[in-house]
Design a protein around this ligand. Structure first.
Ligand SMILES: O=c1ccn([C@@H]2O[C@H](COP(=O)(O)O)[C@@H](O)[C@H]2O)c(=O)[nH]1
Length: 234
């Protein structure tokens, strides 16, 4: 079975990202290219990581009017990435447009919707006018994403049990906010350990700083894989 770990490559430039990637075995994880690295380096970093043998989650979290979002998803698909994402809070018309655009591709990437950022808690939600709990808001947005035919959602591991109960088994659950028990929480609010996230039914674990900032990243990755091995299927 493929590793469920997606390492978040949050580096300031291509050179540092590639230096890191060259020290990691592509059989052990996928990589996530986010806003910092893509803004600094552009599509060339995706090409270079593909050449090293990695599958790429392009985490640009598109959130715009339907046409702009759809065209951005198409541009991402042309890079040959494995997964792309949009914000579910862009609403049904935006989600439908993104889905329709990617359906025109011969080999579309997985299309995933971000629900509530894992850095947000109840107080943050209230500050932007949402009185519901993170769990209720995640579920509402995940249902929208599912209704629009998306392949899954990004949510914290804490919402995985209710998502698994409410949505079909093939709906992909991608969870950042994953922290080995010894690791710092950083700016994440809704967290759990890699083993707990998988045990609850997450498909993919997005993990950045606990691996990228480790003294020995390959060893940190291998330690996480050893912790989750009992919970891997097949
Ligand atoms: O809700 C979300 C959506 C995306 N992210 C991204 O995941 C990584 C997490 O990195 P850590 O260093 O493990 O905290 C980061 O690239 C975020 O942009 C998220 O954390 N939460």
């Amino acid at each position: 079975m493929l590793s469920p770990v997606i390492v978040a490559l949050d580096f300031p430039d291509q050179q540092q990202a590639l230096r890191f990637a060259q020290g990691i075995d592509p059989a052990l994880c996928r990589l996530k290219v986010g806003k910092e690295l893509f803004t600094a380096s552009g599509p060339s970093v995706v090409d270079a990581l593909h050449q090293l043998g990695f599958s790429i989650f392009l985490d640009l979290k598109f959130h715009d009017i339907p046409n702009t979002t759809a065209q951005a998803c198409l541009a991402a698909a042309r890079l040959g990435v494995w997964m792309v994402n949009v914000h579910a809070s862009g609403g049904p018309a935006m989600l439908d447009a993104a889905r329709a655009a990617l359906d025109k591709c011969a080999k579309p990437p997985l299309l995933i919707a971000v629900t509530v950022l894992t850095s947000m808690d109840t107080a943050n939600l209230r500050a932007i006018g949402i009185g519901d709990s993170p769990e209720a808001q995640v579920l509402r947005l995940a249902r929208l994403a599912h209704a629009a035919g998306l392949d899954g959602v990004v949510a914290s591991p804490l919402e995985v049990p209710s998502l698994r109960q409410a949505l079909p088994a093939q709906f992909q659950l991608v969870t950042p906010g994953v922290r080995p028990s010894h690791a710092a929480r950083d700016d994440q609010q809704r967290i759990s350990t890699p083993a707990d996230a998988l045990r609850q039914g997450a498909n993919h674990l997005v993990i950045g700083r606990p691996i990228t900032q480790a003294a020995d990243p390959q060893r940190a990755l291998e330690a996480i894989l050893a912790e989750i091995r009992p919970y891997l299927g097949g």
